[in-house]
Design a protein around this ligand. Structure first.
Ligand code: 3HC
Length: 286
């Protein structure tokens, strides 16, 4: 099978914009679908800012940035993804929204052999595959934040995914310069199944008054050489996303360590979602 040249990305938040950026830098024609004009503009700004930063830091030439930007197009309409060979959905971590997007994409994308990949962090891939008429071509493709930096992609075959789809998805991840691990279709896959209980334990430590956020983070950064401690990482991931992931995992296993602590829920309710809203466990206002 030829390499993918026409990619669709649905959702241009943190993950979708990162996926689109990496693909455009790889020379692909990338069409991004977002629901609203404001979301399109925010996504465009995020990608442009990230590419500009690459130029400022000398990682990227201006020509390469401009070529990547020229390879990106935006739409509000999923039917504009009709000619795509491969589509990655990266909308909010919400089962109803993802189901809706997969159903619509399935009808919109003309080539029945085209692959629909979901960047879900925790929702069982099979649940999303069976809402389409092409469950053999639906697969999990889980990227990590920030996508331009993190080398890993988890490829998650559902019970319904064909071997050919797995092979093409692995090849596509390689085309983007990513390293693949294959993960089981159980909520949390490999990485979040290990990471989320650790992050939630840090929240419980703050909640119980056991330690201050900065001490917890410094502990893991200086003591274990993690690039960022668990609370800084939660602020990067987004507390709403972390809560949604924890809820899916708790729903599947009823494991108390996966249950979102009350403090996390209260912070999400208050809109303290981390870096993206300027406030989480830390404040990001200039
Ligand atoms: N695009 C490209 N490069 C970037 C980048 C971006 N958006 N953000 C950071 N970088 C790179 C650059 O090379 C940058 O160097 P530069 O300063 O020369 O531009 C370098 O990272 C350092 O960046 P910062 O100066 O911003 O410094 P930080 O030390 O804060 O690094 C980090 C940021 C890369 C995020 C690093 O702290 C890190 O790796 N943290 C851990 C992230 C992690 O664990 N991610 C996984 C989250 S789990 C997940 O995504 C799964 C989901 O399902 C929940």
């Amino acid at each position: 099978m030829d390499p993918v040249t026409r990619l669709g990305v649905v959702g241009c938040g943190l993950m979708g914009s990162g996926i689109a950026e990496v693909a455009a830098l790889g020379g692909l024609d990338v069409r991004i679908a977002e629901a609203t004009h404001d979301a399109v503009e925010a996504g465009r700004r995020r990608i442009t800012a990230s590419l500009d930063r690459g130029v400022r830091r000398g990682r990227l030439s201006e020509e390469r940035r401009d070529r990547a930007l020229a390879g990106l197009s935006f739409t509000h309409d999923l039917s504009d993804l009709a000619d795509r060979q491969f589509v990655v959905e990266a909308v909010a971590e919400n089962r109803d929204i993802k189901t809706d997007v997969l159903c619509t994409l399935d009808k919109a994308v003309e080539d029945p052999a085209a692959i629909l990949a979901t960047n879900t962090s925790s929702i069982p891939v099979v649940d999303l595959a069976v809402v389409t008429e092409r469950p053999a071509q639906v697969v999990g493709m889980h990227f990590f934040n920030p996508v331009p930096v993190q080398r890993l992609v988890e490829v998650i075959p559902a019970l319904t995914t064909s071997q050919e789809t797995v092979r093409r998805t692995r090849d596509f991840a390689g085309q983007l310069g990513k390293q693949v691990i294959q993960a089981p279709d159980r909520s949390g896959f490999v990485v979040n199944a290990l990471l989320v209980p650790y992050l939630l334990s840090a929240v419980r430590m703050v909640e119980s008054g056991g330690a201050l956020p900065d001490d917890i983070d410094q502990g893991m950064e200086l003591g274990c050489a993690h690039p960022m401690g668990p609370l800084r990482l939660l602020d990067l991931i987004g507390l709403d996303t972390a809560q949604a992931v924890a809820e899916s995992m708790y729903e599947e296993f009823k494991e108390p360590l996966y249950a979102p602590p009350a403090l996390l829920r209260r912070m999400v309710a208050a809109g303290h979602l981390g870096r993206k809203t300027g406030r989480g466990f830390y404040s990001y206002h200039a």
